[in-house]
Design a protein around this ligand. Structure first.
Ligand code: SF4
Length: 307
């Protein structure tokens, strides 16, 4: 009898050479954890876009505040996230009775400084990034004239005259940023366009590593929060290369059917994902692989009995 189904070999799990939590988020989390024994601690926005971390903060009494609304109570501790904040937003929270823990990543500070230096040199300010994202809001918060370029259509808002200065949100894919900069240069060819590349090195490393994984894997599992910008950028990079990606927040989100017929699985994670979560997802994939192999052996055994 011809048995059509092949014995399911176990799935090989490949971890990306760079993945998961970056130094900026790790330091912000460590600074926040050091306030767990204090009363009345509020993070200005979401510390990291990751539900596992958000749950830990809630369990330790850390509240999430709204950066845009001034608060009435002037005491306690407020934490500025790694995404940073504009000076105007900072002033809303300033009070002599309040402790401020500033966890802004140094690489986000670099974006603020780069944009300010472009404006000082007479350039019209532009940021390539996601509209409404906390980091982008912080970058443009003190420069109401700045334009955010998220899609090509946004370039039509760019003035036709004068000098144009561009920075990028730290977590944008470099290919996409370069593409948009070239488009701006093309559409505003009478303007002097100066671009300062402020995509951070951890983002670049993770983007490069996931591209390498796509060369050898049938499926890429991206671990990270559903509202994490850099996690969804990793998914887009994989799909842009014609490879298959799935995004999960926790091991429980993995679905067995995704792995049927898959031999090599790549695992990566956004910069806000805890390493423990990545390891548990990898372990769960190995367990699923075992389950599939056992199922296949059962299937073949049944076929042989029928012979
Ligand atoms: S993603 Fe980059 S800029 Fe953002 S916190 Fe991490 S290292 Fe800093």
């Amino acid at each position: 009898m011809q048995i059509e189904k092949e014995i399911m070999s176990r799935v090989n799990v490949h971890l990306a050479s760079h993945y998961g939590m970056c130094f900026g988020v790790r330091d912000a989390l460590a600074a926040t954890r050091s306030t767990y024994d204090e009363n009345d601690v509020t993070v200005l926005g979401q510390l990291v876009h990751n539900p596992v971390v958000s749950q830990e903060l809630t369990e330790n009494g850390v509240k999430e505040g709204n950066l845009n609304n001034p608060i009435t109570d002037n005491e306690g501790t407020v934490i500025i996230t790694a995404h940073g904040a504009s000076e105007s937003d900072r002033s809303r929270w300033a009070s002599p009775h309040r402790k401020v823990v500033d966890t802004t990543c140094p690489l986000v500070h670099k974006v603020h400084e780069s944009l300010a230096s472009l404006i000082d040199s007479g350039f019209f300010p532009m940021v390539i990034g996601k509209k409404g994202h906390a980091e982008v809001n912080g970058i443009i918060g003190d420069f109401p004239q700045a334009i955010v370029i998220e899609r090509e259509e946004d370039i039509f808002d760019v003035p036709y005259e004068g000098k144009i200065g561009i920075v990028s949100q730290t977590t944008q894919p470099t290919d996409r940023v370069n593409e948009l900069v070239e488009k701006i240069r093309f559409l505003r060819n009478n303007s002097e366009v100066r671009f300062i590349d402020t995509v951070c090195s951890p983002t670049k490393n993770r983007q490069k590593a996931v591209k390498d994984l796509c060369q050898v894997c049938d499926l890429i599992v991206v671990v990270g929060g559903s509202n994490s910008n850099n996690t969804s950028q990793l998914v887009s990079t994989v799909e842009g290369l014609g490879s298959r990606a799935v995004q999960v927040e926790r091991p429980e989100d993995l679905i067995l059917d995704w792995f049927i017929g898959v031999k090599d699985v790549g695992v990566t994670a956004g910069t806000s994902t805890l390493n423990e979560t990545v390891i548990s997802v990898s372990e769960r994939i190995k367990a699923i692989s075992e389950e599939l192999a056992v199922k296949d052996r059962g299937y073949l055994g049944k076929e042989r009995i029928l012979c």
